[in-house]
Design a protein around this ligand. Sequence first.
Ligand SMILES: *[C@@H]1O[C@H](CO)[C@@H](O)[C@H](O)[C@H]1NC(C)=O
Ligand SMILES: *[C@@H]1O[C@H](CO)[C@@H](O)[C@H](O)[C@H]1NC(C)=O
Ligand SMILES: *[C@@H]1O[C@H](CO)[C@@H](O)[C@H](O)[C@H]1NC(C)=O
Ligand SMILES: *[C@@H]1O[C@H](CO)[C@@H](O)[C@H](O)[C@H]1NC(C)=O
Ligand SMILES: *[C@@H]1O[C@H](CO)[C@@H](O)[C@H](O)[C@H]1NC(C)=O
Length: 410
Amino acid sequence: MRGSRCLTVATALLTLVALKAYIEWTAEEEERFPTPHGAGWHSSPITPAQPSKEEALVFIPQHFNASMQQLRQSIPRAKAYWNEKQHRIFRVLEGDLEGNASRDECFGSRAADKASKIKDFGSYSELYRNFILYDECRTFPLLINQPTKCISSGKNHTFLLLAIKSLPGNFAARQAVRDTWGQEGAPGGLPIRTVFLLGTAQGRSGPRLQRLVDYESQLFGDILMWDFEDTFFNLTLKDNLFLNWTLEYCRDVSFILKGDDDVFINTPKVLDYLGSLDVQKPLYMGQVMANASPFRIRKSKYYVPESYYVGPYPSYAGGGGYIFSGSLARWLHFVSRHIAFYPIDDVYTGLCFQALGIHPETHPGFQTFDIAEKDREDPCVHRKLLLVHRRSPQQTLQLWKRITDSELRC
Ligand SMILES: *[C@@H]1O[C@H](CO)[C@@H](O)[C@H](O)[C@H]1NC(C)=O
Ligand SMILES: *[C@@H]1O[C@H](CO)[C@@H](O)[C@H](O)[C@H]1NC(C)=O
Ligand SMILES: *[C@@H]1O[C@H](CO)[C@@H](O)[C@H](O)[C@H]1NC(C)=O
Ligand SMILES: *[C@@H]1O[C@H](CO)[C@@H](O)[C@H](O)[C@H]1NC(C)=O
Ligand SMILES: *[C@@H]1O[C@H](CO)[C@@H](O)[C@H](O)[C@H]1NC(C)=O
């Protein structure tokens, strides 16, 4: 059968990619795990467990075929734009369709064609219509880059990369992060780096922020900015561009924490936790949304029209903040080429992980819907959490000061 031949080719390709990754990984093994030294936030030094190399090599290729099939079965063959588009992609993967049949061109060259596929396209909001018209556009130039971000003392061995989604105008939120939980350094010998992920300010009528952001980047060296309009529905694109950046400039990072700029992260506790894990075991962890389905309330930010998508959502980690293994970045980026962009970024990430056969792990320390009102000022409660949404810049400064106070007794 043509289908299985194509899948064999895909599997062979994946194995090659894995082999390359494996060779690079063994070549740089020495550098990946710096010996812990000095006093930091950690009570005890951390020696990551030695990974089993065979495990890393075979894990994903073995699972890919089966998990892609599973994903395929979980997406109803309904008359809805995304469902139809994704099923076309599956058929291309199986060799039943020409490869280019699933790929429309970028930048709305077939706008009329796309619009005609959705009967009530005219009733979609402008943002939604834009999302659909440009949903094939995945390449945008980097306006501000930090090419040496992940290199410390000449070596690429960032342990934790904090990748924070921000907006050009959120200067105060970024500064609060820099001054508190996003401080760069190497506590306990585990290097932390921070980047803020930005598109450009929306519209022509807004204030011109570009020079301010340029200046901020010169001062702090932690801004990544791409030349696309930074809107809610472009967050999936932002994620994808960030993965591409990671593969180019931060390939050897051990863990990535993707989060919003208005979360509070207990970085010392996150490091303690990650330091205790087997680095080689694939990790995708946060507050897991299970059995979720699209919002059908028009006024909601998360509204998804029935003519766009029908079906359940995969289990996914809430986008306020979640952690995944750096080694999965290449797989996510790879598999994303076979998953149509979805307007809600954390759902899209969940779809990609599902395609890889990796299930999100829940950790009670992630509170992306915040905690009980009475606990919101309580440093002892926050000391036990890993991440909580949402805090103002002022609250972030306050909380950080209190949870890192050595006098604090809980
Ligand atoms: C992939 O999975 C399908 C369905 O489970 C199966 O028919 C096919 O033989 C598998 N292909 C490979 C290369 O394992
Ligand atoms: C796919 O590509 C071929 C050759 O480049 C072209 O003739 C054909 O029209 C394309 N198909 C679609 C659906 O764009
Ligand atoms: C670090 O990684 C970058 C990009 O992957 C590479 O160009 C550079 O040579 C690496 N540097 C060292 C010291 O390994
Ligand atoms: C995403 O960015 C592109 C490039 O700036 C823009 O054309 C498009 O309208 C944006 N999409 C949305 C949904 O805002
Ligand atoms: C990242 O994107 C650029 C531009 O599209 C592309 O040339 C490059 O190959 C991509 N990098 C990876 C690792 O996929």
